[in-house]
Design a protein around this ligand. Sequence first.
Ligand code: M6R
Length: 614
Amino acid sequence: MCGIVGYIGSKNAYPILIKGLQRLEYRGYDSSGVALYQHDKINVFKKKGKVSELENFCTEEETYTNVGIAHTRWATHGEPNDINAHPHQSMNGTFTIIHNGIIENYEKLKNDLAAKGFTFYGQTDSEVLANLIEYMYNEGEHVNAELAVRMALSRVVGAYGLVVMCKNEPEQLIAARKSSPLAIGIGDGEYYLASDATPMIEYTKSVVYLNDKDVAIITKNSFTLKTVDNDAAITPEVQQLELSVGELEKNGYDHFMLKEIFEQPKTITDTLRGRIDPATKEVFLGGLTEVMPRILDAQRVVIIACGTSWHAALIGEYLIEEYAQIPVEVEYASEYRYRKPIIRENDVVIAISQSGETADTLAAIGLAKEKGALVLGICNVVGSSVARETHAGIYTHAGVEIGVASTKAFTAQVTVLTLIALHLARKHQTINNERYFSIIDDLMCIPGKVESILLKHLAIKTIAEKYSEASNALYLGRGYLFPVALEGALKLKEISYIHAEGYAAGEMKHGPIALIDSNLPVVVVAAKDRYYEKVVSNIQEVKARKGNIIAVITEGDNALRNMVADIMEIPACDEVVTPLLAVIPLQLFAYYVALARGCDVDQPRNLAKSVTVE
Ligand code: M6R
């Protein structure tokens, strides 16, 4: 979603801002803009479309400055166009702002301001905020820019990651955060601001992540932290970034998504690292140690997530119920936060999120905490809001995921959930030694087996090209492979724009079977597991109706190989860890279909990497 970059110091800010915006392109956006303090004026340049269009637009302009802010916008209020793009300026140009998030009470504020004579050029809630700040600034006698920002924010309902420039106090940036991330990078006589750490990584490793309602007042030589409600300065907590620039490059791959698919042998190894004792094979989850007694007392586990993370959660449900024998419910965070769920103090709520910034997931965490549940996080981005808002948790260590379609984060989440289920099963003594060690052994073999699937990517590419003209697709799976079917369908629809539905294979007869004809590709995840025979029956039912079947099968399964139109093979392994293998060909299939259709794989239309608004 929207991205923020800011710079104040002695360097030329413009190239830093543009490069920062390019680093944020992965988040998804539809327009971009910069505001530069030059010759006692704040000049704004903004353009609908890609950052490259903004750059072209600015080619003839003077762009040198030491103070500037920049933004990529993902439209919420008002269509994507040059006018609604950020930065926004207040009516008299006193304030220039960039804003992520949504001002929920913007209509009321806008009407109040209009009644006081304010006029507006666009449709955004952010422009209203710029004018509210200007109104506060002009209202009182001794109101400086900082106070005006804090006064305005105290009137605002909603979410903001905000950076403000004031033309009367131009050598200062004011930043604020509520429910929308903002980080400040500390350099030598300079500061960087960004909605995530990627734009600043090549300049500094020292960052301060703002907390909700923090307000930072920054000049090139000073950084003061306050809150919206309190004038007293507070001490910022400086953290060291572990990210490296190399992680933000494609490293020879055509797309980040492909790179991330191919990284999975390494990322799954990283997720497992240090979490299975090599001698005893016991699972060790350092992040949960302190809260383990409460987890072991839990009567119920509720897992909340969105999108791909929700699919991982479903696999977690099957694992925890089968092996730890604790009842599990999986909820869409967007539903859970509003539907008045029953939450008890002895519930354990697990929030799963790659980005750690998904607005719905964060709201659901807040609700569960309010009701007294223990809330754990499984998240990828270190220092993210989910990591900070939960009582304890586990990082997935998948590294930066830039492709909008989540791939390596999914396998990392499923790996963590497998470890949690096995650990709880061991503690509750609901798994026997033989079964436990056999699953652990197979889990440890997963990276090598993923590697062997990736070696066959060209065969999957050929199959993908054959089906790239399809308009619809159906994905089927049972048991642990049902969520994999859902995930395969999501991958295809989000990057190739082919309508794809994932279904529990057993549900096919209850509706989707009506769709089957010779034009419909049906992807069946049919690895050898306890449901195999039943899935083969489903395949026969599809065949009888002339559906084209592409099956994910276990290597050596000649019976299925001869029964279906196309196959994608995975090595044999324990059914419990099969999702980690079966999803790989589906990721590659979606990627190559999208490629054949000429789609923008890493930045699919309308999508954002991190959904920081509702
Ligand atoms: O960062 P999160 O895991 O919380 O994100 C959740 C979803 O927005 C995300 O998984 C989305 O569905 C992806 N585009 C899937 O590829």
